[in-house]
Design a protein around this ligand. Structure first.
Ligand code: HXC
Length: 528
């Protein structure tokens, strides 16, 4: 009012200049900071990363996620440390790239440690970025994948960095069984930092370029005088073959990321979700005549359970986990009629399929994952028993075998069991028998269900008999069949092997409405 149009316009111009000038410089700062975050530690460090055969944090996310789906959080976050001259060294993003995207169209939260920035080390703010996406994953109900490539705790930040790790560990535990948590170790992962991947459900590693150890070679040398290199101490081969810490190992970053994408496709997004359903081109009632003769007529001759699995599941659908560890038991996710199932199977080719400490723990953990995430269990049994001997007894096979028993007893998902040949003694019970709330338990005609094998039994009950071979044959005839168990209803049926696939698919369909609950408890006390 009382102001001329001309004056108003010129005043507006002044105002707009006043506002646009800083806005331009603000925009420039934002753009520069975003660019800085994208550049990470700069070209030299990126080249160094490439020269080690590793991709950068962002290149990895590009390969892991569907094209163009990555939505980044916290690209502008900087560390708050002022010690050791760090206040002059701030890089937007602070060494970890976080956000969400999709894999084959399904939501996933991710974080990718950027080794080019402070060696990917974990600062307090860096940990807050990771915690934010972990929280979001739980709230939304989507898996979280962590790509590990870090020098560990940001040394300059001292206890603040340890606090960051602590919060991540705590969050890992709270998220456990709520959303799948997956780790891809793609560089160093040392010290207490290893315990975040260790708390997740599955760990994949990259051969030659990734390492995990609680104490590095130098500390090992100082404390124990043992000389060992990083690879032998904690490389991918060590952890997938010896320690069982990691599940699968791949030749390079690209292969590891592609296989992680494949694996993701089997997983329910959370414990509130059901298993994903994929188009199944393999006929549901496909019979496979080769299964009728796959079990050798002589009971002590081995055969490959992998072949049985691949002939039953949807074609090319089996994703084996920990294939190089405890080969006497096979575990992995596959599909029947397009739906994910968890497969647990004894492998007669390795130690006759006997259950030992490593096999028991490997399978128990897998079963608990499946049960937590509504994945039905298919168990294929050919087990001569628990492995005998002092090594096993002194190592605690009683305690470790109990884990497997516990896991099957506790599981409330659909449980389907096929006994292909031997099911002896305690191992018969443990391997998802009818007695452990098995939903559908069948045997092939070649099944032998007894307290123990014929020769062992005769040694005990006919120790002084003059004609042991005769008694063995008698025992064999009486017990080396599925009939006595079927007569008692401990088996639901004896089926022709070729029909196994159709039977399992039919029963899975029937069991899709299964709903049972264990008694309320804070938590069980699994014998760890
Ligand atoms: C700060 C770190 C760092 C760290 C590496 N850097 N680790 N900065 N804190 N933890 C920096 C380096 O100073 C270097 O910076 C850059 O990252 C790259 O490191 P390099 O040593 O040049 O790389 P490389 O030769 O490939 O060796 C990688 C490495 C080594 C083996 C990881 O960096 C290393 O040993 N780092 C220390 C590992 C460690 O002891 N961490 C603490 C573990 S205890 P410039 O500026 O020179 O490029 C721990 C406790 C966790 O983590 C407890 C949780 C409960």
């Amino acid at each position: 009012r009382g102001i001329s149009c001309q004056k108003y316009i010129s005043q507006s111009l002044v105002h707009s200049r006043l506002y646009t000038a800083p806005a331009h410089s603000l925009k420039r700062t934002i753009d520069e900071k975003r660019k800085e975050s994208i550049q990470g530690g700069g070209k030299t460090k990126r080249d160094a990363q490439h020269n080690k055969g590793k991709l950068t944090a962002r290149e990895r996310l590009d390969l892991l996620l569907d094209k163009g789906t990555f939505r980044e959080y916290d690209a502008f976050v900087e560390h708050q440390c002022t010690d050791f001259g760090l206040d002059a060294k701030k890089i937007a993003g602070d060494g970890v790239v976080t956000g969400h995207g999709t894999i084959h169209g399904r939501r996933v939260f991710v974080y990718s440690q950027d080794f080019t920035v402070f060696g990917g080390s974990l600062s307090r703010t860096n940990s807050l970025k990771i915690l934010k996406v972990m929280d979001q994953a739980v709230v939304v109900g989507a898996p979280i994948i962590g790509l590990q490539d870090s020098g560990g705790a940001r040394i300059q930040e001292g206890v603040d960095s340890l606090a960051g790790y602590s919060d991540i560990f705590q969050k890992n535990v709270l998220a456990s069984g709520v959303v799948p948590q997956l780790s891809l170790v793609m560089g160093p992962c040392a010290g207490g930092a290893v315990y975040s991947p260790a708390l997740t459900d599955f760990i994949f590693m990259v051969r030659d370029t990734s390492h995990m150890f609680v104490t590095g070679p130098d500390v090992v040398k100082t404390v124990t005088n043992e000389k060992v290199d990083q690879e032998v101490l904690g490389g991918a081969i060590t952890h997938t073959r010896k320690s069982g810490v990691a599940h699968n190992a791949y030749a390079n970053d690209i292969e590891a990321l592609q296989r992680m994408r494949d694996f993701f496709d089997y997983l329910p997004l959370s414990n509130r979700d059901q298993v994903p359903v994929r188009v199944c081109e393999d006929p549901l009632d496909r019979e496979d005549a080769a299964l009728d003769t796959i079990v050798p007529t002589h009971s002590n001759v081995a055969y490959d359970m992998q072949e049985v699995i691949s002939r039953i599941l949807d074609k090319h659908s089996f994703f084996e986990l920990a294939p190089e560890y405890a080969g006497n038991i096979i575990v992995g996710l596959g599909r029947l009629g397009g739906k994910t199932v968890g497969v647990v199977a004894n492998q007669p080719l390795v130690s006759s399929g006997a259950l030992d400490i490593d096999a028991s723990v490997k399978a128990a953990r897998f079963i608990r994952f499946c049960d937590a995430f509504n994945v039905p269990l298919v168990t294929l049994v050919d087990v001569p028993g628990f492995m005998p001997g002092t090594a096993q007894e002194h190592g605690g096979i009683i305690r470790h075998g109990a884990k497997l028993l516990y896991a099957y007893c506790e599981a409330t998902v659909p449980k389907l069991t096929v006994i292909t040949r031997k099911a002896y003694g305690g191992a018969y019970i443990v391997m998802s028998s009818k007695h452990l709330r098995g939903d559908y338990n069948v045997a092939w005609p070649s099944a032998e269900i007894a307290v123990m094998g014929a020769s062992g039994a005769v040694e005990v009950i006919f120790r002084n008999h003059h004609d042991k071979p005769k008694m063995e044959a008698e025992y064999q005839e009486k017990f080396a069949t599925p009939l006595s168990a079927a007569r008692r209803g401990y088996l639901d049926d004896i089926i022709q092997p070729r029909t196994t696939r159709a039977r399992l698919i039919e029963q899975l369909d029937l069991l899709k409405t299964k709903s049972i609950q264990n008694p309320w408890k804070k938590h069980g006390t699994i014998p760890l």
